[in-house]
Ligand binder design. Structure first.
Ligand SMILES: [Zn+2]
Ligand SMILES: [Zn+2]
Length: 425
């Protein structure tokens, strides 16, 4: 029996780990630069939270959740997204009594039962930010600016924010009515998905990826003329703020986002060359979410991006960096007695904070030198029986091949000092 990772999951191997860490490092750095604090929520929650928080009539809740009964028969679900759990934590820990807005970010695995494709795994890594407690459009702009800054830091210089508004429960029904009127004669030409959306959630027809639906939906026109005064002002304040922050953006009336809980601002970021419509992140405002999860009325706005897709976009843009395994010092030992000396030196180096390693495969000196080279060791310390007796060892700089002798006694300190000055040059 040979086992393999379940379909839609993947192992991140050591040779790829540096790419992942680099993205995660930038996520944390940029989020903290903008005043967001990390929150970690459980991998699974009560199913009801996602049904209430995401909305019953969504692809995620209808088709994509990993739901299972626990040992007592309670329905649990592996989190398919991060916003509902963070909203639940916000309510549970009374964060509405803290100074507002509360600005949080998360990063971790999410789970959706979908057909796996490039950058879309069933277990995928996502990061997101949420700001609760303020309805200010400047905060929406801040979040778009944060995403833009992060993409730039990762080398995605051509990404652009596509921005839209979807109004509020007061003005959206008029637009939905308008959509139904315009499309009533084309109902038969829409895909089966859109036909069922026609009654339940007609706005979602606008972001159908089917070519024929797109052609038909183009007749609908933007929501902008249907907005109530408050929504119209919010939308224009958002655009003013983005311009003030020098964030490039385009208005795109087809951005409506897949979740029920969005109100007003919605946005997506696009990058070219990774397929599946090239979205590499998106978000929006969801002023009804906290309430629908059982909390007091609290406005909120957020953003999320899948790290798997970000990595694809980075690769496609040529901004990927070759990751290199490097070692400060490889200690090559020749002879049984020298091995103990090597083990002692390696241990001292590590205690001084120098990455160090030695041979564990009984290799010849030549093979140890080759191994050190593959390891990209900066320095090789060579320890033989003769050196051991004389209390010395040979040190070789692998960059220029220079070799010199040091006393065994002070070798660890000397090697550390050498590596430090080499780094500073
Ligand atoms: Zn409105
Ligand atoms: Zn469609």
């Amino acid at each position: 029996m040979r086992y393999s990772a379940p379909r839609g999951t993947q192992d991140v191997l050591p040779r790829d780990i540096e790419k992942w860490r680099r993205v995660e490092h930038h996520v944390r750095r940029v989020c903290e630069l903008y005043g967001y604090e990390e929150i970690r929520t459980p991998i699974f929650e009560q199913t009801e939270l996602f049904v209430r928080g995401i909305g019953e009539v969504t692809d995620i809740v209808e088709k994509e959740m990993y739901t299972f009964p626990d040992k007592r028969g309670r329905s649990m679900t592996l989190r398919p997204e991060g916003t509902a759990p963070v909203a639940r934590a916000f309510i549970e820990h009374n964060m509405f009594s803290e100074p507002q807005p509360v600005k949080l970010y998360y990063i971790g695995p999410m789970f959706r039962y979908e057909r796996p494709q490039a950058g879309r795994q069933r277990q995928f890594s996502q990061f997101g930010i949420e700001a609760f407690g303020s309805g200010d459009a400047v905060l929406d702009a801040e979040i778009i600016d944060l995403a833009y800054t992060l993409y730039r830091d990762l080398g995605l210089n051509n990404c652009i924010a596509r921005v839209n508004t979807i109004g509020c429960p007061a003005c959206r029904p008029r637009y939905n009515e308008h959509i139904r009127n315009v499309l009533s004669s084309d109902l038969e030409q829409l895909c089966p998905n859109c036909r069922s959306r026609y009654d339940r959630n007609p706005m979602r027809i606008l972001d159908c990826k089917t070519e024929s639906c797109r052609t038909i939906a183009a007749k609908v026109g933007p929501i902008w003329g249907f907005l109530c005064t408050e929504c119209a002002e919010h939308f224009s304040s958002l655009q003013d703020s983005l311009r003030a922050m020098s964030v490039p953006f385009e208005l795109d009336p087809t951005i409506v986002r897949g979740f029920d809980y969005y109100t007003r601002t919605v946005f997506e970021f696009m990058a070219s060359g990774i397929g599946a419509q090239d979205a590499i992140g998106g978000g929006g405002r969801y002023d009804g979410l906290i309430e629908s999860c059982g909390g007091p009325p609290t406005p909120g706005v957020g953003f999320a991006a899948g790290i798997d897709r970000l990595l694809l976009a980075i690769e496609a843009s040529g901004a990927a960096q070759e990751s290199q395994r490097t070692l400060g010092c490889f200690v090559a030992a020749v002879g049984e007695g020298a091995r103990l000396g090597a083990a002692r030196l390696v241990a001292s180096l590590r205690r001084l904070g120098v990455s160090a390693d030695m041979d564990y495969m009984d290799r010849s000196l030549r093979a140890q030198m080759r191994h050190a080279d593959r390891y990209r060791a900066r320095i090789v310390a060579i320890l033989g029986e003769d050196e051991l007796r004389a209390g010395t060892l040979q040190v070789k700089d692998m960059n220029d091949g220079k070799q010199w002798e040091v006393s065994l006694e002070g070798a660890a300190d000397e090697i550390r000092a050498f590596l430090q000055s080499a780094r500073e040059q």
